[in-house]
Design a protein around this ligand. Structure first.
Ligand code: 4AD
Ligand code: MG
Length: 466
């Protein structure tokens, strides 16, 4: 007996002249007076459920079917027929039903067929994938990741797997998780009484990476167009809806590219991804539109249709200072923009995404290319309405003398970065790249407002459940 997914059946892929098997979990069960039960079957393959019509003539009708409740697992075999009722293309007339597992105590089963708060679902992270919203997020997250890989592959970028364990702090913000095998209660000590990391597993102090950029630059200097897509970690104590301690990042790096080409690439990538999601995830996007963010589909369509606004940091500061809006944090040239400023620019001033460029050097990382004014660097952030920064990137400093001066200025020792400096000593070229925060992108595309709800197992301060 051939087995079909719910998605295949609802899309008319199952034959109409022979019985087939479907399998999954009960979403709801309804018993009619006429002696038939209707099971809504979900297997997660798509948003929809398949209606299974079960007659009371089946041998296990009383003993098992009438005990099926939300979350119970079963398979059903029968003919797929056009659905009588509205709302669905096909349904199944069951000839047999095999129950795999009932739900032990249906009244206390956490995932009841009713809306739950996102906080409650986070508490039940092991079961929340069974809800409509988390299923839709998981499928959309998959489609976004696939579209990103497709976008780069079609343009002859190579995916490079940069390491997760590292000895260098790419962003220089000191937000690194330390990885150590030393017994911290009883560690070997240096003469100063500090933990002696030369006795540690790697013989030096080691961290979880905050970004794959520096490593991927090495491959860029050989393969020209590359990207990383992997997990990154930040020990920043930020309890906000846009910060995670563990998140995924997409970081392309392009040789011979300048800041403008970098911004063009980021814009093209985002538009490609929005288009793919609208094409592939119609059912899930319709759910987000109805239940999560009214207008989310039009938002994506608008962004695909219009060029992104690009603006210099200096101009943005002027706008913020003269807009008449009261901010919690005052704005002055040279200070980093806060989320409230980023959101004002994207939401109120532009009404769409905005690419901010050429930031003061002092608020940006050491590797960004110095502009001719000696005050700003060729950086770019893409700010999105509702969320703020989703992309951070720059043209990189390819001139060794300028890089060295900058490293000295920010107090970075040359020796640990000898390999990064070597790239500037042996055939250096202008190059640029950016990092897209994957969860921020998923949050923006789905309208699900908190990044904790778009990653299966969120890690935030004080929070690692399993
Ligand atoms: O702006 P960031 O720190 O840039 C870099 O790491 C560069 N090395 C990227 C590059 O040029 N290759 O981080 C990039 C993006 C941010 O724009 C944001 O979307 C996301 O990563 N991000 C976070 N997402 C979730 N939780 C956090 N704690 C994040 N920190 C950054
Ligand atoms: Mg940034």
């Amino acid at each position: 007996m051939a087995t079909f997914s719910v998605k295949e059946v609802l899309n008319g892929k199952a034959p109409s002249d022979t019985s087939v098997t479907v399998q999954g979990w009960v979403r709801t069960r309804r018993d009619s007076k006429a002696g038939v039960s209707f099971l809504a079957l979900t297997d997660g393959s798509c948003f929809g459920t398949l209606q299974i019509v079960v007659p009371n003539t089946l041998g296990n009708y009383e003993s098992e079917i009438l005990h099926l409740t939300a979350g119970a697992s079963f398979s059903a075999t029968g003919m797929v027929v056009p659905s009588q009722g509205g709302g669905q293309s096909f349904e199944m007339q069951a000839e047999s039903v095999q129950v795999f597992g009932l739900v032990e105590d249906p009244d206390t089963y956490p995932i009841q067929p009713k809306p739950h708060s996102m906080e409650f679902l986070r508490e039940n992270a092991h079961l929340r994938a069974r809800t409509n919203i988390m299923g839709a997020v998981a499928r959309t997250r998959h489609s976004i990741a696939q579209a990103i890989h497709r976008f780069f592959h079609e343009q002859d970028f190579y995916w490079v797997n940069t390491p997760i364990l590292t000895a260098s702090d790419c962003e220089g913000a000191g937000e690194m998780f330390r990885v150590s095998t030393l017994d911290m209660m009883n560690f070997p000590k240096t003469p100063e009484g500090k933990p002696d990391f030369s006795k540690d597993f790697f013989g030096k102090e080691t961290f979880l990476t905050v970004s794959g950029q520096l490593n991927v630059e090495t491959y860029c200097m050989a393969l020209s167009k590359v990207y990383t897509f992997g997990p990154t970690f930040r020990a920043e104590n930020s309890n906000t809806s846009r910060h995670l301690a563990e998140f995924w990042m997409i970081e392309p790096e392009v040789a011979f590219a300048d800041l403008k080409q970098n911004a063009d690439l980021a814009e093209a990538m985002l538009k490609y991804v929005f288009t793919a999601v609208l094409n592939e995830r119609g059912d899930d996007m319709a759910f987000f539109e109805e239940r999560v963010e009214k207008g989310v589909i039009a938002k994506l369509e608008n962004m695909i249709a219009k060029p992104f606004v690009r603006m210099d940091y200096t101009e943005a500061v002027n706008i913020l200072q003269n807009c008449g809006q009261k901010f919690e944090y005052p704005v002055a040239w040279g200070t980093d923009l806060q989320s409230e400023h980023e959101r004002y620019l994207a939401e109120k001033h532009v009404g769409g995404p905005v690419v901010l460029q050429n930031y003061p050097k002092d608020i940006k990382s050491f590797y960004m290319r110095m502009n001719d004014d000696g005050k700003t660097v060729a950086a770019m952030d893409i700010l999105a309405p509702g969320i703020g920064e989703i992309i951070g990137g720059s043209q990189r400093e390819e001139r060794l003398d300028v890089l060295d001066a900058r490293m000295e200025e920010v107090g970075l020792a040359k020796e640990p970065y000898y390999w990064y400096r070597d790239l500037r000593r042996y055939g250096t070229v202008p190059h640029a790249g950016f990092g897209l925060g994957f969860e921020r992108a998923v949050s923006y595309i789905t309208g699900v407002g908190n990044v904790r709800d778009v990653i299966p197992f969120p890690r935030t301060p004080g929070n690692v459940r399993f």
